[in-house]
Design a protein around this ligand. Structure first.
Ligand SMILES: [Zn+2]
Length: 195
């Protein structure tokens, strides 16, 4: 179990756009708050499980991707490469459901993404699992900076859509957030046990 989990909570209080519409009851979700809340719930549970982890962005403000990658690579180096980065997000663009991303091509990250996907599928049976099986695995692939420039395996989860009301209500709710955090922790437990 000698692995470090790096939890990346993207976006800051000052990041433009990363928010839901204002719903009819006046409620609104800000992605920076959601990402940080999920990361702190995961951190609390990992501490109880005695799984070593680090929160990449303790600040509330937006930290540049270059700096986040620098921090992640420094942590990974300190752990002789035995680190896994998980970046937590809420999706936007008018869809529904859950998805996970890795960098392009076959890497160790694909195995971790598959573990996350299967835990999400189990935790959210009533929700759409958004997958891309064209390349032989379930994750979606893109060379996002945080995935492609990090030296350790890295995955990014998009936890439902903040601009779709049904999804947004779910991720604003206590039970939704609890499930999202628990699902990541079940996956992380499996990841740290691997090889
Ligand atoms: Zn995001």
């Amino acid at each position: 179990m000698n692995k470090l989990i790096i939890l990346d909570n993207g976006h800051g209080k000052d990041t433009a756009g990363k928010r839901s519409p204002v719903w009819t009851d006046g409620s609104q979700l800000f992605e920076y708050e959601f990402n940080r809340d999920i990361v702190s719930r995961i951190s609390f549970m990992l501490t109880k499980e005695e799984i070593k982890h680090s929160i990449l962005v303790p600040e509330e403000i937006d930290i540049s991707l270059t700096e986040r990658v620098r921090r992640a690579n420094e942590l990974s180096r300190a752990w002789s490469g035995n680190a896994i980065l998980i970046s937590i997000h809420a999706n936007a663009g008018g869809g529904t459901g859950w998805e996970v991303w890795t960098s392009v091509g076959k890497t160790k990250s694909d195995q971790y993404a598959t573990i996350l996907f299967n835990e999400a599928k189990k935790m959210f049976p009533e929700w759409k699992m958004r997958s891309d099986t064209s390349d032989g695995d379930l994750d979606k692939e893109s060379n996002f900076t945080i995935l492609a420039k990090t030296t350790c395996p890295a995955v990014l989860t998009e936890n439902f859509f903040m601009d779709t009301e049904k999804d947004c209500r779910f991720i604003m709710s206590e039970s939704g957030r609890d499930k999202i955090a628990k699902m990541h922790v079940s996956a992380i437990k499996k990841m740290v046990e691997m090889e």
